[in-house]
Structures are given as C-alpha cells and as structure tokens.
Design a protein. Structure first.
Ligand SMILES: [Fe+2]
Length: 1048
C-alpha cells in the first residue's frame, strides 16, 4: 500500500449553488470548471496497484471491439498505456452524481482518458470493482453518490482533455443509465475536473466529455478534434436515422413541422399542419418522428407516454416538482372556485363537495380535477363576484380590493357613490364577511384535511401581503431521494409523493387565488383610463404599441379627428400626426389588432361556447401639463368589429369597425359602461395577442430551431456554445409541455381565448406577415415602432419596458462583444468558423424556412438583416444578442407579469362571448338603460370570461408566472465559462446586472416617471413599480427576475 497526496476542490456557497443547479438542471451540457477555487490539501490513501478492474467483465463480446476502438482512438499512432503498464502512473479518479433518481449509482461504467496535447489515451477502465458508491449529502441537502478508485494512466499523459464514458447494459441486457455530474482526476501535482452533467445510458455507446476550455474549431487540439467531430455527428444522425422515431436515450436532433397539434383522428379536434405552406408558415420544432396518420398528422405519443425529449433537455427533478406542484395547486384552486360558484348558483353549500374534492383531488393530481368539472355557472354576477376569487394572505381583507371610486357620484343610472355597501348583490351564503370563500367544514372533515395536508411544500408561491414569495429560498430541498425509499417513492421524490398521497399542508393556499398586484393596494386603478394607458408601456404586453404617423383613414380605419380631438388638449389629429411624421415627438400612439380577424367568420361558425373573435385597434394620447412634462397615456378611441359588424353595416370596409370615443362615452354613467366594455373587449384582444404572438411566437416558438441547430452544429467545446447554452435551458421541455396541453387542439389556449380552434392558425398568419429576425433586436424593434428618438435611441416617453430593456440589451451586447473577441481575432475568423456558419445557415434554411421559400419576404436582408454567412464579429454580436434578448429580457417582460395582470378578468379577460354592442342595436340599449353597479355590471359580465374559464386561466398564468427554485437569472454567472478572461467578461456582465437593479429601483422611485410611479391625474391608486426587467428573483410569482432562458 502506498499513499498519494491529492487535492479536492472545496466549493463555497455560490459554487455549491452552481454545482447543484447544474446537477439539477435537465440542461446538462458538458459543463466546464477550472480546478481553481478554494483548495485544501488532504491525504488520500489508496492502492498504488489497481485491483481487478483490469477485467472487462461487463463488456460483452460484441462490445469488446468497440471498446478497443475507443481506447485506441481513431487516428493512427495512438498509444495505449493502461492497466499495469510499465510506464503508467496512478491517478485517483472520482465520479460524482448529484441526481441519483432513476440512475443506478455508477455501476457498470467504463472510461477512457484522452490527453489534451498528445495522442495518448488510456486503456478501457471499468469501475465495477471499486467500492460501492458513497452517498453524498451536500450542505444544501442534495443527495447524490460518489465512486472513487485508482486508475493508471500513461506516464506522459499530463493533461486530460476528455474522458470517454460508457454505461453497460444490465447483465440481462436491459437498459441502464446514470446521471454523471463530474469526473475528477487527481495525481500528485494536478487536479482535473471534467464536468459532464449528463445522463449516460447503455443505449448511447461511448460518450465524450471534454475539459472546460473553449476552442474554435481551428484551435482545437488535434488529439480532441476527432472526438469533437464525432460528437456532432452523433447528435446530427444520418439522413436516415434522423427520420426514425425518437425513443428513450436517443440524442439525435432534427426539425419537424407542427403536425402534432391535433388531439384526435377526426372531427373537431383535428388541426391543420403549421409550417411548410404559404398559407400557414411556421418555425420548426424538435422532430420526434412518431409516424404519421394517413393524412400526414403525427401520431400522438402512446398512451401514458410523454413527448420524446433528449434526457439532458428534460426538466430537473426540482423544476418538475415545482411545475407539477404549482399546476396541482392552481388546478385545485380553479376547480374549487368553480364548484363554489356552482354551489352558490344552486343555493347549495359546497361543504358536501369540498372534502371529497380536496382529498380526492390531491390524490388525483393534475389532469383529473379540471376535466371533471363542468362549467358550473354561466356568468359572474357582478364585479364584486369576480373580486371574490382573490384573497389577501393577510391585511385588511376583501374590502381592500373593492373599488371605492367606480361610479361617478352624479350617476344618472342610480349608481350610489363611493360606498361598497350600496351593492344590492347579496353575498353568497358561504362567503364570509370579507367576501372570501368561507367553507365551514365539520370538525371531523377539517381535521382530516389538516392531517392530509400537513407536509405539502408546493405553496404558497406568492404572498400578496409582502409581495415576496413565501418560499424565499431557491436552494434545493432535501427531498429528492431518501435512503431506503421505495422505487416508486424515489422516482417521485418525497415532495410529490406527499402530494400524491394527500400528505400536504397549507390547504388554504389551494382554496384561493392570491390578490394580483394590479389590484393589490390600488383598488381604484384597474378601471381608469390612466391605468389602461399605463399598461400599454408597463403592462404584460408592452411590445405592440406604435407611434401614429399616418392618418387612420390611410390604413382603412374609421377613426377620425372628431372622435378624439376633445381629448387632445387643443391639438388636432392632423397636426399631431403631421408633427410625428416630420420627426417631432409623437403624442398619438396606436395598437392595432386587426390581424386577429383573419379567421373570424370560420371561428364564429365553429364556436360552441359563444366565443366571439373581434378585430380592434386603439388610439392613445400622451397628455402633458403644458410645461413640457408628460402626464400619461390615455385611450381616446377604440375601434372594434366582429363578424356581424360588416353584415349589419355593408358600407363599412373590412378594415374598419365601430368607433367608441372616450370623450363622448365618458360623459355619463349610462354610456360609461359602453366605454368600459369597449376597453375590456379591446383588452381581451391584447390578452390573445400577448399569449399567441408576444409570448409564444416571439420567444418560445421562434427560439427552438436556433437551439436544435446549435446542438447539431456547434460543439460543446465552442465558445459560442458555452455562451449561448444557458439561454436555451429547459426551452425544449417547456415547449413540449405547451404542445401537449396548452396550444394543442382542445388545450387551454383554445378553450380560454376567443379565437378558439383558430388560435394557432392566427399565430401562424402573424408569423408569416410580420416576423423578421432583424427587427427582433430590441433597438430595431423600438425604431420600427417609432417609439424612440432616432437621434438618441432613447424612448420618446416614459416607457419602462424599453428603458429597462435597452439597458439589458446593451449589457448583453457589450458582454458578448468582449467575450467573442477573446476567441475571434478577426472577421475572417468568423467567416472561417465552419461550425458557426453551419449553425446559422441551418437555423435559417431548416429552422425558419417558410418565409423565404414561399416568397413571404422580399429578401434575406429583410428577414435576417444581412445576406449569407455571418460576416463579422460585430454582426455575430448582434445575432447572438438578439437571441439572448428574446430568451431573457423579452420573455421575462411578457411572461412573469401574467398572473399579476391577467388573472383578473376585469383587467384582461382572455375570452369574449358576445359581440360588442353598437349604437342603435338592442344590446347597446340594454346596457345604457340598465342600472349602474348592479344591472350594468351583470350585463357586462355576460360578455367576459365565465367563472370556470377565469379560474382556469388564473391557474394557468399563475403556473406560468412562477420562477422555479433552480431558476438561472441574469445576475448569476454562466458556469460553463472557465477560461479566466471569459470569466472576467461574465463577471463584468453580472456587475452590470446588479447596477441595473439599483437603476430600476431609482427609476421606480421617481415620481416624474408616470408609468412606474402612479397615475397622473387621480391619485386614488397606489403606485405600481415596473419590476419585470429587474434581473434577480427568488422562487415563486415575484413579478421580477430575468432568467437566461425561456423555461416556463
Ligand atoms: Fe413563457
């Protein structure tokens, strides 16, 4: 026996967090890590002469030749100095995993070590004779395994540049797999850590994991070049294999059209293919190749199976747990709200329903509860009934969210002023004094629920009283795997196990929706014109407003000066449009959603739920105080049309609708309801456009092909891969989830938004008309919409999304520039980079092929900003910054405010069920002659989402607005970077993100910033700071935090 002195890396808290996130991440690329950090020496006694691991007991005869080949390498002259070699040196080898779920803890592994600088590689080393793995518990509670042993490497092998790993099948031939975090090789003088962070499976053959250093293809050490190429070939597959059905541990990436949105073979749940035609162009998705039905639609996954995903692209356990937990929580809240409404409507107490629902529902988990609930009640009764969906966690209770200023005191329709007590609506029998649901459970039932919910850890994800998540830690809980757990329990993890078995606490959190921030502390904000205008620049869909530089009649609108000039502070429509056209600061703005009318006749014929798709546009005026200060945006006219509008008004062009003028309709309470309803219906268009276009199309959907192309064409050793990989983390998984339950036929989007079965076809049409990569760069986007002064690039007005977004953009751009120039010393280097150029070419021609192929764009320049290969470092910076911006800032701005703006249907109803009344028709008369507060509200509720839809949408957007505990936000480092200069560039970026947090706080505290601080005219509402582009966030629904990637 002899001793060898080795070293291990002691990870500090941040490093631990990084390591654990990486381990937990399903985005398990080959991470890289230097051997730096805090090191301490220790002595490790181990055998100088390796034991019996020279044997290859687990390599079958058929595999033997392959293993030999791996050991020899593919180039001639490779030498092997393996076990027992006279020139061998003993190293300590440690293989670590932090995610043992589903794995078998490091058994049946073989490795080959490859040198960086010579063509030396070790013999095949099998690890089975090592001692059984140790269970490792980190300080944050994550549990994993560690296997250690001695290996002999050729004496000349000084700098391991890669390790080949193979997982052997079970003795009976069954598939076997392990998650490997890192492989550490230690000799007397050096420590080499090769981070794998990947699932290895017996179905994958030899896998290669490289050391962390980044190399352009031309700079790759020759000894690693073949492995670099072979790894990409494995991921590309062949023209034949990439079209085979993807299964299990496959790793081949390819593209496919959206031919899998149907949920049935015939009838109402069949949807046309998106992509591959001029009529329905679309980006491509990850190919799964399950085989097609005779009409070309891809078969759905087999019963009980999910969409295929490469194992490393899947959600981590924690991410899955958070996602499923939140989904469960939300669906129960939705179901309970709906059942409570039903009981209310039928005059029954829900007491008899509740225990069964909760206890049974918890056991059933998501997917069983909501489908079992029929729409119980057609309409909310009034505004107060909607507000009763929400409950404050603490504080003054329900009254705090009731408006006090909803109706003018001089109402002509009998509305009482200010008082909340004037409502003739009797509170539901089962509502408590403060209006929240009051379930008086029998003591026995209550105890049963307590008992069954004692340890649930899925909520609450948001605490409206403090604005912070109740679960304030993003560290990992120690529930992933428990010693002695049964197989089933280990697979589920303790947390989900407890949920599935009904052993969970905080049942109250399942019964209510927390108060959304648009309402919280500002009960009189949501119904004002000022708030309506404020949300244009600081709401959940802040990227559609344009400066108005043409008269409305020029694009077919019916809006004229007479409709709006009473609100223009002495100016005329022509004057303001003319001034803006000549380059002066615009004061009129517009949002145009006329494209949503593309399928409205067909949609009207098919609608089974009374969904009505409107087309609409709104014009906004930027008010000023006469002294050069802006006071805020207000809507001055809303133009709406629906399929019947043109039948009833044959002279009206298809491009025009009925104009609703703020100045005219706000004069008295009778017509104020019409103006409010027009705003609500317009906002529902905003909600649809937001979900389908600003959110799904412009982030989730368009980014997927860039990632597919990156995996196929850019090696994990490439500096661009290391830079961009964090920006695609979890995107494939969340998009697969969306295809299986959100955007599919009969999914939540179709059920909850007015376009119904045409929703995704609208998304395709808008992609075909407008999407250009060139104008997805934020500065170009703002320029194209006329929202910035071209001389300065700064927004013309207080536009929080743009101001904060431009800071994120410019920090990303500077960082990318600095980083990329570490590797590319000239533009020629970029042009000569075969991997990079293959990525770009394939993303365009295979990932986004339709727009040019079908002549929907005039030129490559129009679509992509330039023709052909990426010509320069600066152009590469713009390309990569655009992708990173869409994945981070843009997505965060449209994603993490969803719950706080759109769960409250009076602010943004996803659904409209009746056509907007027009002057002269019966519906208009009914609304304008009804009593305010009671009858008017009841009528308005018949136009908006029904309670079940409202609850379903609230549950969904709550789920989508939550950060998981293992979220990776822009203020955190990119752990894939190990080159010191690269790390320094990354640290500069993180410092910029931290500065931005302070800047945003200061902007939010400046009362001159009307869009952040409060309302310009009425100060009855509390301020609502703009936090959606604040980089950091804790877990939960925090309405802040910019993750690197689209992951929810
Ligand atoms: Fe999202």
């Amino acid at each position: 026996m002899a001793s060898v002195t080795g070293r291990i890396t002691c990870l500090g808290d941040n490093a631990l967090k990084r390591a654990n996130r990486a381990a937990s991440s399903a985005h398990k690329f080959q991470l890289t890590q230097s051997t730096g950090g805090t090191l301490r020496k220790y002595r490790v006694p181990f055998q100088q002469t390796p034991p019996t691991w020279q044997g290859r007991a687990f390599i079958t005869p058929g595999e033997s030749a392959q293993a030999e080949e791996a050991a020899k390498g593919s180039r001639s002259g490779a030498t092997s100095a393996g076990n027992g070699s006279a020139t061998g040196v003993t190293w300590k080898c440690s293989i670590r995993s932090t995610a043992p779920l589903l794995g078998d803890t490091g058994a049946r592994l073989s490795i080959v070590v490859i040198d960086t600088h010579s063509e030396l590689r070790s013999a095949v080393i099998t690890l089975d004779s090592w001692k059984p793995p140790k269970e490792v518990t980190r300080s944050d509670g994550t549990v994993g395994w560690l296997r250690e042993g001695a290996i002999t490497l050729p004496a000349e092998l000084k700098d391991p540049g890669a390790v080949l790993v193979r997982k052997q099948a079970e003795k009976n031939g069954a598939q076997s797999q392990d998650y490997i975090d890192s492989i550490q090789l230690v000799n007397a003088s050096s420590v080499h850590t090769i981070n794998a962070n990947s699932w290895v499976s017996s179905e994958q053959g030899w896998r290669v994991f490289f050391s962390g250093r980044a190399y352009l293809p031309k700079d790759t050490p020759p000894t690693l070049l073949d492995e670099r190429r072979k790894e990409l070939k494995d991921l590309q597959g062949t023209p034949e294999t990439r079209l085979e059905e993807r299964k299990g541990a496959d790793r081949i990436y390819w593209y496919q059209e959206y031919n899998d949105l149907s949920s049935g073979k015939t009838g109402k749940l069949v949807r046309p293919k998106l992509g591959g035609s001029k009529q329905l162009p679309y980006p491509r998705r990850l190919a799964t190749n399950r085989g097609n039905e005779p009409d070309g639609r891809e078969k759905p996954p087999a019963k009980g199976q999910k969409f295929w995903l490469q194992m490393d692209d899947r959600f981590s356990f924690d991410k899955s747990s958070d996602f499923n937990g939140a989904a469960l929580e939300g669906s129960l809240a939705a179901a309970i709200s709906a059942i409570a409404e039903a009981a209310n409507a039928k005059g029954r107490s829900p007491i008899t329903l509740l225990p069964t629902l909760v206890i049974g529902g918890v056991r059933q988990v998501l997917g069983t509860v909501l489908p079992g609930v029929e729409s119980p009640l057609e309409n909310f009764e009034n505004f107060k009934d909607v507000l009763a969906m929400f409950k404050k966690a603490s504080g003054p209770g329900f009254k705090a969210i009731l408006p006090t200023n909803l109706y003018p005191a001089d109402s002509t329709n009998g509305a009482s002023s200010a008082s909340n007590n004037g409502s003739s609506h009797a509170s539901s029998a089962f509502k408590s004094v403060d209006g929240a649901w009051d379930f008086q459970l029998p003591e026995e039932e209550a105890a049963k629920i307590d008992e069954h919910t004692a340890e649930m850890n899925v909520g609450p994800v948001y605490d409206s009283a403090t604005g912070t998540p109740a679960n304030t830690s993003r560290s990992f809980a120690a529930y992933d795997s428990q010693p002695g757990a049964t197989r089933a329990k280990e697979r589920l993890g303790k947390r989900l196990w407890n949920v599935a078995t009904g052993n969970s606490p905080r049942i109250n959190n399942l019964l209510y929706f927390t108060v959304p921030r648009v309402l919280d502390g500002r009960p009189d904000a949501w119904h004002t014109d000022e708030e309506f205008g404020r949300q244009v620049v600081a709401g959940f869909n802040p990227c559609t407003v344009t400066a108005l530089k043409d008269l409305p009649e020029s694009f077919g609108s019916a809006i004229r000066g007479e409709h709006i000039e009473a609100d223009l502070q002495g100016s005329t429509l022509e004057q303001l449009v003319d001034a803006a056209k000549k380059g002066a600061k615009p004061r009129l703005f517009m949002i145009d959603y006329w494209d949503l009318s593309a399928f409205w006749e067909a949609a009207a014929n098919e609608s089974s739920k009374g969904m009505v798709q409107h087309a609409g546009r709104a014009i906004f005026y930027l008010r000023h105080d006469g002294k050069g200060h802006d006071k805020g945006l207000i809507p001055v006219a809303i133009e709406l049309a629906h399929p019947k509008t043109h039948k009833e008004n044959p002279d009206l062009p298809r491009t025009a609708g009925i104009v609703y003028s703020r100045a005219e309709l706000s004069k008295d309470t009778a017509t104020l309801a019409v103006w409010r309803l027009a705003k609500m219906i317009f906002k529902s268009l905003d909600s649809s456009f937001h979900q389908l276009i600003s959110h799904w199309n412009r982030t989730h959907c368009v980014l997927e092909p860039f990632f597919i192309s990156m995996r196929r064409n850019i090696s994990v050793m490439h500096p661009v891969h290391k830079l961009m990989a964090p920006h695609f983390r979890y995107t494939l998984n969340i998009n697969a989830n969306a295809r299986s339950s959100l955007i599919n036929a009969g999914g939540i989007i179709e059920r909850s938004f007015s376009a119904g079965p045409y929703a995704m076809r609208l998304a395709s049409v808008v992609y075909g008309k407008y999407w250009n990569f060139a104008t997805e760069a934020l500065p170009e986007d703002l320029k194209a919409r006329g929202m910035v002064d071209p001389a300065t690039g700064k927004p013309w007005l207080d536009y929080p999304y743009a101001t904060d977004g431009l800071d994120v953009w410019s920090a990303l751009s500077s960082y990318f520039d600095k980083y990329l120039r570490l590797y590319y010393t000239s533009d020629k280097d970029v042009l000569d980079d075969t991997e990079l150029q293959a990525w770009w070419a394939e993303a365009k021609t295979e990932g986004h092929p339709d727009l040019l192929r079908f002549g929907l764009r005039q030129s490559e320049e129009q679509l992509w900003g330039f023709k052909g290969p990426i010509p320069s470092v600066s152009r590469l910076v713009t390309v990569l910054t655009t992708i990173a911006w869409l994945a981070s800032g843009h997505h965060a701005a449209v994603n993490f405010g969803q719950y706080d703006f759109s769960s409250f249907i009076l602010n943004a109803s996803s659904l409209v069920r009746k056509p907007m009344p027009a002057p002269g028709d019966a519906a208009y008369k009914e609304l304008t002659t009804a009593r305010a507060r009671t009858s008017q509200e009841a009528i308005m509720m018949t136009y908006l989402a029904d309670p079940l839809t409202a609850a379903t949408v609230s549950a969904t957007v709550k789920l989508l607005s939550a950060h998981a505990r293992d979220e990776h936000t822009l203020d955190e480092d990119n752990e894939l970077l190990v080159d010191p200069a690269a790390r320094e560039a990354n640290e500069g970026f993180i410092a910029a993100m931290k500065r931005l947090e302070t800047d945003i706080e200061m902007r939010n505290a400046d009362a001159a910033n009307w869009a952040r601080f409060g309302l310009a005219d009425r100060d009855t509402a509390g301020p609502m700071p703009y936090t959606l582009l604040t980089p950091s966030s804790q877990a939960g629904v925090t309405m802040r935090g910019v993750p690197y990637s689209v992951s929810i």
